[in-house]
Ligand binder design. Structure first.
Ligand code: AHR
Length: 501
């Protein structure tokens, strides 16, 4: 029997809602088909956005959406995506399948989507192939309310009021697809470009995100911070940034042969989860470097690309990164979100890659059909962690699971206290074979009610357009209230959420 101890009195920090953020790139069928079908489509839509997809996403309370890339961001010239659609310039999407990008989804459409979703906005600017002037004018176009050439242009294009840009990323993966730069070179560009990302709305300053490392590249983090925090005029205390990004993908095999998303065995299962748990070490290692410059943890670690990356589904365009989504993805999402919660003192945002039809998506579409993936259900089960207070928790007696080189803790959890006083526990059973009896113990509180739900199935189980509800969140009734907590058995390969009052 495992014991889950919860010290509901011990506050461990605020879980920024943006930890449950999403990423949408002009890649494959994420934007086009997945989110945006155009006003003239036969697929029901509102101002071009698919109604079915938007409705499903709204049920997740999406906190923030990052756009337009990814690698695409450093090739994107925003002026090509404004004005009458028939006049918009077409371009080649060189990164993603070499397809023609007609720019029918641009700045106005992005804000329309965010308005429909009710989420914050995270725009990623172009450093790799764009100019300072271009970036600065984009910010003026989006956010300036007075008399200026860009504000006039926005009005001419039909939008009177400025929009609110919550976050602005200065380039993407500038160590790779964003220009193959050295950390020192990028950091100096960062210092320069961010200067012209002006705060036109004094009451709502834009939070600036500096391009961070690829996975374990601590050298990048060190050099970028060293350069950004250097004080030529003695006037720079904050490194010019509100956040530093971190990208980490879980690749079950290697980058040449990533492995199939839906056909895999036990060893692949454990190797994938083992790699997913590495996220914790990454946060600690990069976090320790950040602590040297920012001991008060004002700067957020922004994990704005994370998730599973498998081989594309057979018969689909290799540049479109379309993959299925199984219980394995659900477990990866569950343990990653638990890790982000548990490090909410440093991790201020995380965006799963990507929202629809690309990599570890919460939604897949095919023509007019759509389905919710197992990952979708995990986000739904965890959504009340958004904006809650993390509380202290620990496990004992849960043991480990796995195969020789890839052993993992059998259970993994996070716990938060909601504004209404209820406690949300999210617990994952990483074992593919063994159920685990759990005694959940609160420190002082005598629980009165518990409402639980569960996502469970066999390892490879996934939803298809023929059987869209094979894997879904269900009420979990086999829970017993005790004087001090709750007793239950968590089945193998499952995710459970318990709301205790
Ligand atoms: O999410 C797919 C790609 O992965 C993004 O465009 C890039 O930033 C990363 O390498």
């Amino acid at each position: 029997m495992a014991k889950l101890y919860i010290n509901e009195k011990k506050d461990m920090g605020y879980i920024n809602p943006e930890i449950y953020g999403h990423f949408s790139e002009h890649l494959g069928r994420c934007i086009y088909e997945g989110l945006f079908v155009g006003e003239n489509s036969e697929i029901p839509n509102k101002n071009g956005m698919r109604t079915d997809v938007v409705e499903a996403l709204k049920a997740l309370s999406i906190p923030v959406l990052r756009w337009p890339g990814g690698c695409f961001a450093d090739e994107y010239h925003w002026m090509d995506g404004i004005g009458p659609k028939e006049d918009r310039k077409k371009m080649v999407n060189t990164h993603w399948g070499g397809v023609t990008e007609d720019n029918s989804f641009g700045t106005h459409e992005f804000f329309e989507l965010c308005e429909q979703l009710g989420c914050k906005t995270y725009i990623n600017g172009n450093v790799g192939s764009g100019t300072v002037k271009e970036m600065s004018e984009w910010v003026e176009y989006m956010t300036f309310d007075g008399v200026s050439p860009m504000a006039e242009l926005r009005r001419k294009n039909g939008r009177k009021e400025p929009w609110k840009v919550d976050y602005f990323g200065i380039g993407n993966e500038n160590w790779g697809c964003g220009g193959n730069m050295t950390p020192e070179y990028y950091a100096n560009l960062y210092r320069r470009y961010q200067t012209y990302v002006r705060h036109y709305q004094k009451a709502a300053p834009i939070r600036k995100i500096c391009g961070g490392p690829n996975s374990g590249d601590v050298n990048w983090t060190r050099k970028v911070l060293e350069t950004c925090f250097a004080e030529p005029g003695g006037k720079n205390a904050g490194g010019f940034m509100d956040g530093l990004s971190l990208h980490y993908y879980v690749v079950a095999g290697n980058w040449e042969h990533k492995g199939s998303a839906a056909e895999f065995g036990r060893e692949d299962w454990y190797r994938t989860l083992h790699k997913a748990l590495y996220m914790e070490e990454l946060i600690q290692r990069h976090g320790a470097i950040l602590d040297q410059y920012d001991p008060d943890r004002r700067i957020g670690l922004i994990v704005d690309e994370w998730g599973d990356w498998f081989d594309v589904e057979i018969g689909t365009n290799p540049g479109f990164l379309y993959q299925q989504n199984t219980m394995r993805d659900a477990l990866v999402a569950a343990v990653s979100l638990n890790i982000f919660n548990r490090h909410c003192d440093r991790v201020k945002m995380a965006c799963i890659a990507q929202m629809v039809n690309v990599l570890q998506s919460v939604i897949l579409t095919e023509g007019e059909k759509m389905l919710k993936t197992p990952t979708y259900h995990v986000f739904h089960m965890y959504k009340k962690h958004q904006g809650a207070r993390l509380v202290e928790s620990s496990l004992s007696g849960e043991g480990t699971a796995g195969v020789e080189d890839y052993r993992v803790p059998a259970l993994q959890e996070s716990v938060s206290l909601q504004a209404d006083g209820s406690i949300l526990v999210t617990l994952a059973n990483l074992s593919a074979e063994d159920a685990c009896p759990v005694e959940l113990l609160l420190t002082e509180r005598k629980p009165e009610t518990v409402k639980a739900s569960i996502l469970t199935n066999e390892m490879q189980a996934h939803n298809t357009f023929e059987e869209p509800d094979k894997v879904r969140e269900e009420a979990f009734h086999d829970v017993a209230l005790t004087d001090r907590g709750v007793n239950f058995t968590i089945p193998a390969c499952s995710v459970v959420s318990l709301e205790i009052r």
